[in-house]
Design a protein around this ligand. Structure first.
Ligand code: ANZ
Ligand code: ZN
Length: 869
């Protein structure tokens, strides 16, 4: 084993594994199932990153262990292929995205196969494959049919110089990523998904799944459920032209207990009241100027607590505080967000930081209405800051003295009885902007027809026209003129064109392809136009874990049969595999991707197409692999580690074991070449052990040195302990400590004079999930009769005996002032008192102490006691 040719050996086993298909998962296999999922890679020309290797090796180890434990494991792989990076690369190089994607797949495949990952390649999927995205389109149409997809004019990021709409990730500090111009907001027609309809369930069902706490928290915060009160403020002042819908301004507050402290209202610049009543305000120009300026800011800038809060008064407009009839000024201010809580706030400078900042800047009254009992005693001096905690009410009429909690209840009741407000729940979650004005995505399968628009609008008005009702789906009525592409015409294929530059009008480049855009209305047959927007690159990843289950069936798709039937016919397969048992991916996907895919899944569940409301039973996340210098790996820093080079130099097993050993799985760890070398030596040590076994076989007659009974007992105990540790660590994704336990075991095995085959076999079996090639090779050397078609991964995972694993006796170290003076056999769980007793009874210790008084005792359970005179 001295000349271990890792390249040759690794390739040999990779080839054999592929031939014997031992990693293929079988639907309906009677063994218990495990569905182990990693986030599939986003294809890029840079190929695999060592970060991918960390996640994939980890779940590969788990998959392999589960197979050895007798599970039918599904560990699939595919390609997340649509999206901007590929499109941008295509624009730069002139190579078509379809061709780039093909090349990238080849690259990733070669790299992944070279790592010996146990994927079931027969279920490989590719989100940009028309056979795949016809399903993505079909699911979208289901949403549309049920009225959960709708068209809206909403502001998008607009680069005035490139004249294109930008995705959020293309806006860097408010500037266009391509040209550096300041990005503006522009209203554009967008397709929206009504994820807000599922907000409550997305929140509640988190209780039924096992996600890392920090991941759950992210989901909870993103949904942002907030319970509070809405209050109506009546408008007074320039009453001319106040339309009926603007008699009142409604605000949402979580602190209705501060109602007596309101000294203004602030409306978002987009608030309808302002837009409709600009003529009412005496300083129209000032207000218009303010609104225009706020359009240049991103939402982040507007809401950042540290940024200055600005506003402008709507001169001549006042609102009446319902609780005391006080007249308060109405302002516009861009720290108020239009899409949350109605887009208006009541300003309580004494108790809200942002309001306080605004009041300071513009001299609004600051009126304290909440105090702690302690503050009550203090003199009435204006505080320097907003007091934002709960407390007791002051300056609040009949509510004085009430604690905040009670006051919130009472004041809400008071308002409700007078029809001036009531309880309300708001969510931070917004509907999901689902269209992109780009080429490289799934075409949205809708067609716009002027004729059908009229019909649908008629229905909207007459509401009862059953003729139309039969013919139009909810979505088609909600969005007059937008007609769904019939199922039989799916997929709406992305045309292969030479020009996929974004169009100058902000429309998708597809808008430039006349032959594609101009079509016939599927309903009435008149001339119509295709939607030219494409889906965001999240779309395909919303349901890919279902596609893996159905991959084989989807290939058999025949257009005669409806999609729904195929889904329903194969529900048993989904029933068998779902939910995903363990899902791992990066922390950067634990908010949006996780939320979006849970949303789609719940919708499919409501349609009766999938068996359970939550797709992932357990979600974990790996930490990033940083560069050796501790920074993020980046081409611009020149600090990127290419996994290919590591595999060439050390072999895939070393890379894999190293990445498992580098540190706790969920933490970011810097690359460290020294440790790789250590891992390389560790695997060499494992290889050397087999020489011991072979020697033993050859020289069976030669009398070995007698191994002492305690040595063999100790090894046997360590064996059981190692099995226990590695088994539990792998299940709990604690790979680093599993490797450490194996290293310790190998050290002990190397030290003994005579190695038993059983002890060595156990090592190979435990190591197999982490270093599959080497383990397979050694297993076959150990069992020369085994055919190459058989595998160590068909062996049973070793079992441990709890009793044998228990550490019974230890050598208790006795120190005096930190120096070892004696070692005495003791029970592993010896108490401090017992340890003291043993120590004082030792003649050696007595000699050292000679009646000195002990000042301090340090006791390390299971290890040592240190006496300090
Ligand atoms: C008055 C008040 C007094 C408030 C006070 C807080 C403290 P969450 O928990 O996030 O829901 N608010 C409401 N709508 C807003 C909007 N569209 N843009 C910006 N801020 C908005 O917070 C709700 C609180 O955020 C509301 O309670 C409101 O300020 C503000 F001592 O109302 B509060
Ligand atoms: Zn039509």
């Amino acid at each position: 084993m001295e000349n271990y040719n890792h390249q040759e050996i690794e390739q040999k086993w990779q080839r054999l594994w592929e031939e014997t298909k031992i990693y293929q998962a079988n639907d309906f296999d009677p063994r218990p199932k495990q569905y182990i999922l990693i986030e599939f890679p986003y294809l890029s020309g840079d190929g695999l990153h060592v970060g991918h290797v960390r996640s994939y090796s980890a779940l590969d180890a788990l998959s392999r262990k589960k197979r050895m434990e007798g599970y039918n494991v599904l560990y699939p792989i595919g390609w997340d292929a649509f999206g901007l990076p590929t499109e941008n690369y295509a624009l730069k190089t002139g190579i078509h995205p379809i061709d780039i994607t093909k090349k990238n797949i080849e690259l990733f495949k070669r790299q992944l196969k070279g790592l010996g990952l146990s994927f079931d390649w027969s279920r490989e999927i590719n989100t940009s494959d028309p056979d795949y995205y016809k399903w993505t389109q079909w699911i979208f149409l289901k949403f549309y049919e049920k009225g959960l997809a709708y068209v809206a004019e909403i502001p998008i990021n607009w680069c005035p110089s490139c004249k294109i709409g930008l995705a959020n990730e293309e806006v860097i500090n408010g500037k266009c990523e391509r040209c550096g111009a300041s990005v503006e907001k522009q209203e554009k027609k967008q397709w929206m998904m009504k994820i807000t309809a599922y907000a409550d369930r997305l929140l509640q069902d988190l209780e039924t799944v096992d996600y890392l706490d920090k991941i759950k928290t992210q989901q909870i915060n993103w949904i942002g459920r907030s319970q509070g009160t809405v209050v109506k403020f009546k408008i007074s002042g320039n009453s001319r032209a106040l339309s009926a819908s603007h008699q009142f301004i409604e605000v949402f507050t979580t602190r209705i207990d501060t109602l007596f402290g309101v000294t203004a209202l602030v409306l978002a610049p987009e608030h309808k009241f302002i837009i409709d009543n600009l003529s009412l305000v005496d300083n129209r120009q000032e207000v218009e100027k303010y609104i225009k300026a706020s359009k240049k800011k991103s939402e982040l800038e507007r809401t950042d607590l540290d940024k200055e809060k600005t506003g402008a008064p709507l001169k001549g407009v006042y609102a009446l505080n319902p609780i005391n009839g006080e007249k308060v000024p109405v302002w516009v201010g861009d720290y108020v967000i239009a899409t949350y809580g109605g887009g208006a706030v009541m300003v309580v400078p004494a108790h809200d930081k942002r309001d306080y900042a605004l009041a300071q800047k513009y001299g609004l009254e600051i009126r304290q209405v909440i105090k702690t009992p302690k503050q009550k005693e203090e003199t009435k001096k204006e505080s320097e800051q907003a007091f934002t905690d709960y407390g007791f009410l002051v300056n609040s009429g009949e509510f004085n003295g009430l604690p905040s909690e009670k006051a919130i209840e009472k004041i809400t009741d008071w308002l409700e009885r007078r029809d001036l407000g009531g309880k309300a729940i708001h969510y931070k979650l917004r509907d999901w902007v689902f269209s992109r004005q780009h080429y490289w995505g799934e075409p949205i399968p809708l067609i716009f027809c002027e004729n059908c628009k009229k019909l649908a609008e008629k229905f909207k008005i007459q509401n009862s026209n059953s003729e139309i009702k039969k013919e139009f789906s909810q979505g088609e009525i909600l969005n007059p003129g937008w007609i769904a592409v019939p199922e039989k015409d799916l997929p709406v294929e992305l045309p292969y064109v030479k020009k996929y530059q974004p169009s100058q009008t902000g429309e998708s480049p597809l808008a430039n392809i006349k032959e594609w855009v101009e079509t016939k209305c599927p309903k009435c047959g008149r001339p119509a136009r295709r939607e030219t927007d494409t889906m965001p690159n999240w779309a395909g990843s919303n349901w890919y874990f279902l596609a893996y289950c159905l991959a084989t069936q989807m290939k058999e798709f025949k257009s005669a049969e409806s999609f729904q039937n195929i889904f329903l016919k194969n529900k048993d397969i989904l029933n068998y595999w779902l939910p995903v048992d363990v899902y791992n991916g990066g922390m950067e996907h634990t908010t949006l991707h996780l939320l979006y895919s849970r949303f789609w899944h719940k919708f499919l569940f409501d349609l009766g197409l999938v068996p359970n409301p939550e797709p992932y039973a357990r979600r974990r996340s790996h930490g990033m692999v940083l560069a050796e210098d501790g920074r993020k790996m980046s081409k611009s820093f020149g600090n990127v580690i290419n996994p290919d080079e590591i595999v060439a130099a050390y072999g895939a097993d070393v890379l894999r074991v190293y990445e498992m050993f580098m540190g706790p799985f969920d933490q970011a760890i810097a690359w460290d070449t020294k440790t790789i070398k250590g891992v390389d030596r560790f695997l060499a040590k494992v290889r050397n052990l087999i020489l011991k076994i072979k020697n033993k076989k050859q020289k069976i007659q030669i009398k070995d040195k007698e191994i002492s009974k305690t040595e063999s007992d100790k090894l046997e105990q360590l064996k059981h302990q190692t099995i226990k540790k590695v088994s539990q660590d792998l299940d709990n994704l604690r790979f680093n400590t599993a490797v450490a336990a194996l290293m310790e075991y190998v050290n002990q095995l190397s030290a003994v004079s005579r190695l038993s085959t059983d002890h060595f076999e156990v090592l190979i079996l435990l190591l197999a999930p982490l270093a599959p090639h080497l383990s397979e090779e050694l297993w076959h050397q150990l069992h020369p009769d085994l055919s190459e078609k058989q595998s160590v991964f068909q062996e049973k995972w070793p079992e441990f005996d709890e009793e044998s694993a228990r550490q019974k006796q230890i050598e208790l170290i006795i120190q005096i002032n930190g120096k070892i003076r004696d070692k005495i056999a003791a029970e592993v769980d010896i108490s401090e008192d017992e340890a003291k007793k043993i120590a004082f009874e030792s003649p050696k210790i007595q000699k050292y102490l000679m009646g000195k008084e002990i000042k301090k005792i340090i006791f390390v359970p299971g290890k040592l006691i240190n006496l300090c005179p």
